[in-house]
Design a protein around this ligand. Structure first.
Ligand code: 4AD
Ligand code: MG
Length: 461
């Protein structure tokens, strides 16, 4: 049995040979004595054309098959240089493996992305989602390949944690017991010491803190796993459950961090252009007409680097009416990020050195005492895809920052301890996996690049 991808890659190997393929009927055109099936198995952008005729013992049964029926075809691969598809399979035998009801929702006509979201269990069979999820798989592989080639250690950080890595309080609680039946402490709060972990626990918002511990043992590490945020996910680029890639590099500063991020993004783009050209062409034709040009341009350009203060200047000088007014000290909103990267620079831009008040406690305080050694990477079409920083390695400064932001140093005791034992300067970043898939495919909504999205009010599947 051969997968359809292999047929397209190595058609000469199979020409004039009898092979067996299986898959699902994508289209079928039957007539009195013969018919054509486009057979799809999800491994490749296209299906293979199957030709059958009334020499098959079950010709009538085949002729009546509806879309999405599953079959195994045994037949000879024949080159068809004069027609649209490069080859077809002339069937000697077709076995019906499973039939499909005629009310199958994905008939030939085009459906809106919104409608397809309501059938998340079936949408991976459509052209668009089939392409999206093959690219998603490929990008995951490219990420591992990039880091493994550089001897980074892949680190599995916990999903259930007792710490708030971002200090932003946007966590989903984890508890085994019915909260209502947990005893209360004297001040009326739930007494988590009686729960499974004897501690207040949550789903991780980031693997960074544990990643730092490993970077201080393995020098260069990366995580790649699911993260969870109970923030407003009712936007086109926020999900409550998303995947993040978080490298952490010891003996490194913010510049090394940005260099790594730029190398990684270019590596991924190159990998996808080389290994999924059909998919990218499809996105370029049907989803975003500037996609290919944009991706190709990026490979040959250096990403820009500006400070937050410069970004604010640019925004203040622009004549643009923003929904959120801009002033030094305010966080950049998507509209600001997109203006900078899409209208001013027209390529990816690192924005560095944000005010300390709007960034996390672990970012290294700059000499000006007002800003921290942070970097966000903004890209056209999406906005922020990476957030990172050099980490505060000075014990005393870190304790002060934790307190300043209203957090309790005791909650971070082990993280602080890392600063006492060879806590060399180090840096890292987080790449939002879904955001990078949006960027590579031109898909405009995060719900359409994750198989079963979890967003505000939506966990149906
Ligand atoms: O900027 P963030 O919050 O940074 C961190 O979590 C750091 N601990 C990363 C690090 O330095 N190791 O998140 C990093 C990236 C964002 O740039 C964005 O791409 C993505 O994660 N992200 C989300 N993606 C989808 N839905 C959400 N709700 C997201 N929140 C962040
Ligand atoms: Mg961020």
């Amino acid at each position: 049995n051969v997968i359809i991808k292999k047929l397209f890659e190595d058609k000469n190997l199979y020409t004039e040979k009898t092979i067996s393929v299986n898959g699902w009927v994508r289209t079928i055109r039957g007539s009195k004595h013969f018919g054509f099936i486009e057979l799809n198995d999800g491994t490749y952008f296209k299906g293979v054309q199957i030709v059958y005729d009334d020499s098959l013992s079950n010709f009538q049964e085949i002729n009546k098959l509806s879309i999405a029926s599953a079959i195994t075809v045994i037949g000879v691969l024949i080159l068809t240089p004069d027609s649209k598809q490069p080859f077809e399979i002339k069937s000697a035998k077709i076995v019906v493996e499973a039939t499909s009801n005629s009310d199958y929702p994905l008939q030939k006509k085009r459906h809106t992305l919104e409608y397809l979201r309501t059938i998340a269990h079936l949408r991976p069979r459509s052209n668009t989602f089939s392409a999206v999820f093959r690219v998603r798989s490929l990008v995951a592989y490219a990420v591992h390949k990039f880091f493994q080639e550089r001897a980074f250690i892949y680190t599995h950080t916990p999903i259930i944690t007792g710490s708030d890595a971002e200090g932003a309080g946007e966590m989903f609680k984890v508890t085994t017991l019915d909260l209502l039946h947990l005893p209360k402490t004297e001040d009326g709060k739930i007494n988590y010491s009686k729960d499974f972990f004897a501690k207040d626990t949550n789903l991780t918002v980031s693997g960074q803190l544990e990643g730092e511990a490993f970077a201080l043992a393995f020098k260069n590490i990366y995580t790649f796993g699911p993260t969870f945020r109970a923030e407003n996910s009712n936007t086109a680029r926020h999900a409550a459950e998303f995947w993040m890639i978080e490298p952490e590099i010891a003996f490194s500063d913010l510049n090394d961090d940005m260099k790594l991020a730029e190398d990684m993004i270019k590596y991924i783009i190159k990998y996808v252009l080389e290994h999924a050209p059909e998919e990218i062409n499809f996105f370029n034709s049907f989803i975003d007409k500037e996609l290919l040009e944009r991706l190709n341009n990026i490979l040959n350009a250096d990403f820009s680097r500006i400070s937050y203060t410069e970004a604010i200047d640019i925004l203040l000088k622009s004549k643009k009416e923003f929904q959120y007014p801009i002033k030094w000290g305010a966080d950049l909103q998507t509209e600001h990020e997109r203006y900078i990267t899409e209208e001013v620079y027209k390529k990816p831009v690192f924005v560095t050195d944000y005010p300390k008040e709007i960034k996390a406690f672990y970012m290294r305080l700059n000499d000006d005492k007002r800003t921290v050694a942070a970097m966000d990477l903004l890209v056209p079409g999406v906005g922020e895809i990476i957030g990172g920083s050099q980490r505060e390695e000075r014990y005393d400064v870190l304790v002060e920052r934790i307190k300043d932001l209203g957090l309790d140093p005791e909650d971070y005791w082990w993280y602080l301890e890392l600063r006492k034992y060879g806590g060399v300067k180090h840096a890292g970043f987080g790449l939002g996996f879904e955001r990078v898939i949006m960027y590579l495919t031109g898909m405009g909504n995060i719900r359409d690049v994750i198989p079963f999205p979890r967003t505000t009010g939506s966990a149906e599947f």
